[in-house]
Ligand binder design. Structure first.
Ligand SMILES: [Zn+2]
Length: 239
C-alpha cells in the first residue's frame, strides 16, 4: 500500500470509530430505558395505593360488620321485650317501638355502607390485579431492553477496539514524520486528508495544478493541497 493509501485507510477507520462513539453515547443516555423506569415507578406507586386502600376498606368492613352484629342483637332483644306481653304501659311500649325503629334504620344504614365498601373492594382488587400484571410486563421489558443495551454497547466497544488495533498496525508502516504531520492536520481540520476528484481537492473544492495532480496520482509521495493544506489522496480505479 502507498503511504497515502494507508493514511486514507487510517482516516476512514477513525471516522468509523467516531460514528461508533456517537452511537455509544446515545445508548448510554438511553431514553427508552429511562422512560421504562419511570413507568415502572408509577405502576409500583399505583400498586401500593391500591393495597393500602384495600386494607383500609377491609378493616372498615370488619368494624361495620361487628357493629351490625351488635345492632342485630339489640333488635332481637327489643323485639322479645315488645312481644313478651310483659309490657302493658303504653308510654313504655311506644318508647320501645321507637327504639326498634331507630335500630332498624341504623341497621339499614350500616348494611348500605358495607355494600358500598364491598363494591369498592371489588373494583380495587381488579385494579390491583391489572396493575400488577402491567408491572410484571414492564419489568420483563425493562430487563430485556437493559440486556439488549449492554449487548449492543459491548459489541460497539469491541468494534472500536478492533478499529483501533487496525489503525495501530497501519501506523507502524508509516514514517514518523508523515504520521505527526497527519496528526497535526487532524487537530486543525476534522478531515486531514481529502480525495482528489477530477483534479480537484474534495476538501476545499479548489482545482489542483495538473503537475501536482499527477504527483498525487502516482502516490509515491505525500502531496498537500496548496489551498487548504490537506494531504491529497487519489483512489486508483482498481481499488
Ligand atoms: Zn484543498
Amino acid at each position: 500500500m502507498d503511504t497515502t493509501q494507508i493514511l486514507w485507510k487510517i482516516y476512514e477507520y477513525e471516522k468509523e470509530i467516531e460514528t461508533f462513539k456517537n452511537k455509544k453515547q446515545f445508548l448510554e443516555a438511553n431514553k427508552n430505558l429511562e422512560e421504562l423506569s419511570e413507568s415502572l415507578n408509577e405502576k409500583k406507586y399505583d400498586i401500593i395505593n391500591f393495597k393500602t386502600q384495600l386494607e383500609v376498606d377491609n378493616m372498615k368492613i370488619k368494624r361495620l360488620n361487628h357493629k351490625l352484629k351488635e345492632i342485630n342483637f339489640q333488635i332481637k332483644d327489643t323485639n322479645s321485650k315488645l312481644y313478651s306481653g310483659d309490657i302493658s304501659n303504653v308510654k313504655k311500649l311506644t318508647k320501645l317501638q321507637k327504639e326498634e325503629a331507630d335500630l332498624k334504620k341504623e341497621k339499614e344504614k350500616l348494611e348500605n355502607e358495607i355494600l358500598e365498601l364491598m363494591e369498592d373492594v371489588e373494583t380495587n382488587t381488579k385494579e390491583l390485579y391489572n396493575s400488577e400484571k402491567i408491572y410484571e410486563q414492564l419489568q420483563t421489558k425493562h430487563k430485556s431492553s437493559e440486556k439488549d443495551n449492554i449487548n449492543i454497547l459491548n459489541d460497539i466497544k469491541k468494534q472500536i477496539k478492533e478499529l483501533e488495533n487496525k489503525i495501530e498496525k497501519l501506523k507502524l508502516s508509516l514514517e514518523n514524520e508523515i504520521l505527526s504531520k497527519y496528526e497535526n492536520l487532524k487537530i486543525k481540520k476534522s478531515k486531514p486528508i481529502s480525495k482528489l476528484d477530477d483534479d480537484k481537492c474534495t476538501g476545499c473544492h479548489m482545482s489542483i495544478p495538473s503537475i501536482v495532480a499527477s504527483k498525487v496520482k502516482k502516490g509515491k509521495e505525500v502531496v498537500y493541497c496548496d489551498n487548504c493544506g490537506r494531504m491529497l489522496y487519489y483512489e486508483q480505479d482498481d481499488n
